[in-house]
Design a protein around this ligand. Structure first.
Ligand SMILES: [Mg+2]
Length: 427
């Protein structure tokens, strides 16, 4: 199959600094450095574009940064604000295309399917994402977007134009579109790797692109080199993808469960089961799907009138029970919006539920949680698995459902970034 566009990659520009400028208008247009604490001996963790013009970068010593950039405003990092904005960003992108991968607090990717792979349509989605972020968060939180035949190249494309870039690498532009880049512009080639490649006589991306698979494997000293051969040519290599792409459980409701409360309880149990199964297999999932077969109230007894409701929600590489059950209750509340009472009776009768985790990756291949908050949920889930093994699944079933009940109305978009119970911040 010829290579085609598959991935859209979104990288926020100077994320922490631009969030500060978004929330604090007095910082706009000014050189800003975000710092971990108020001390000249610490390092900048982000710099606004105005500060970058003076050479201030992530990692620049604060005292030195102040000398390089007179008038530099140092702002202490407000991580809760960045995490909250991260969730709002995912929600904004989700209005255009479901977020598939959360790679860091300010980088996400989405998978193009069907006619979304047409260049014009892909560009339209990218512009839609930019507009949605502007509308929901503001003008100061811009992003650079890359579109390409695989995620590796899409990230490179996003890096090509900053700030506020939109770059597409089409299959027919490979590999020559990469020739102007430095080796270290390629994700995965750091300083050490660069030295190793130079020792093998490789100093340019063009040279890298002329090598065959065996030579690349030799240069890398491992089979990873072969993967690079495919990546650079636009093959859709997705590291960490597993052969079993979904984990699902379904249940035909008994007569006593064919009502909104009964169906919800069954769905929670199914969500609990898929989460435990994912952990058992060592997988994390990007999406949760809910499929509900139901009968409209007027045709209660006629199986021929069955209809299907389907919805999905982004999870972002997780397998913990509270997040997955929370995502189920979110989907269930969307579905059961149909059950508004008509003549004192629910407007539909649920018949069958299916809960499915999709886009699985092996746990080790997924990005590690930032800021540690997510570990608590993972630890809680592991503890629940242990209790279930010892005392049976029902022992923790009720307790596990408690967080889900509380979180029912909220949109779950929980990635590697801790979810905070904060009031919505107005941009
Ligand atoms: Mg960024």
């Amino acid at each position: 199959m010829p290579a085609q566009l598959t991935t859209i990659y979104i990288d926020m520009n100077s994320y922490f600094a631009s969030v500060e400028q978004q929330f604090r208008p007095e910082l706009r247009g000014k050189p800003v450095a975000v710092v971990p604490l108020d001390s000249d001996s610490t390092c900048c963790i982000a710099a606004s574009y105005e500060a970058k013009k003076f050479g201030v970068r992530t990692g620049t010593n604060v005292g030195q940064a102040k000398r390089m950039c007179p008038g530099l405003i140092c702002v202490q990092g407000n991580f809760e604000r960045y995490i909250k904005t991260h969730h709002n960003l995912i929600a904004a992108i989700d209005t255009q295309i479901p977020v598939q991968g959360v790679h860091s607090i300010d980088e996400m990717s989405a998978r193009l399917l069907g006619d979304e792979r047409e260049p014009a349509r892909a560009m339209q989605i990218a512009r839609g994402i930019k507009a949605a972020i502007r509308e929901r968060i503001g003008d100061y939180t811009t992003c650079s977007i890359g579109i390409a035949p695989n995620r590796f190249l899409a990230k490179i494309a996003a890096d090509m134009h900053k700030p506020d870039g939109l770059t597409m690498i089409e299959p027919h532009e490979l590999p020559h579109k990469l020739f102007s880049l430095e080796l270290t512009d390629l994700p995965g080639i750091g300083k050490k790797m660069k030295i190793r490649l130079e020792r093998a006589g490789l100093t340019t991306v063009e040279q890298l692109c002329t090598l065959d698979e065996d030579s690349l494997a030799r240069a890398w000293g491992s089979v990873i080199g072969r993967e690079w051969y495919l990546r650079l040519r636009g093959h859709d290599v997705n590291e960490g993808k597993v052969p079993q792409r979904t984990i699902g459980h379904s249940h035909v409701l008994g007569p006593e469960k064919r009502n909104p409360d009964g169906a919800r309880a069954v769905g929670m149990r199914l969500a609990n089961k898929v989460a435990a199964r994912a952990r058992h297999l060592g997988y994390v999932a990007e999406h949760l799907w809910l499929s509900v077969r139901y009968r409209p109230a007027a045709t209660d007894r006629d199986p021929g009138s069955d209809k299907k409701w389907e919805g999905r929600v982004s999870l972002g590489s997780v397998n913990d029970t509270p997040t997955i059950v929370g995502a189920f209750t979110d989907l269930w509340s969307q579905c059961s919006a149909m059950s508004a009472l008509r003549n004192g009776k629910p407007a539909f009768t649920p018949v069958k539920l299916a809960v499915t985790l999709t886009e699985l990756t092996t746990q080790s291949a997924a990005a590690q949680p930032l800021f540690g908050g997510h570990d608590k949920l993972a630890d809680l889930s592991k503890a629940m698995d242990a209790i279930s093994r010892k005392f049976g699944a029902d022992a923790v079933y009720q307790a596990a459902m408690q967080p889900a009940k509380r979180s029912a109305p909220r949109r779950i978009a929980f990635g590697n970034i801790p979810d905070l119970d904060l009031p919505d911040i107005q941009a």
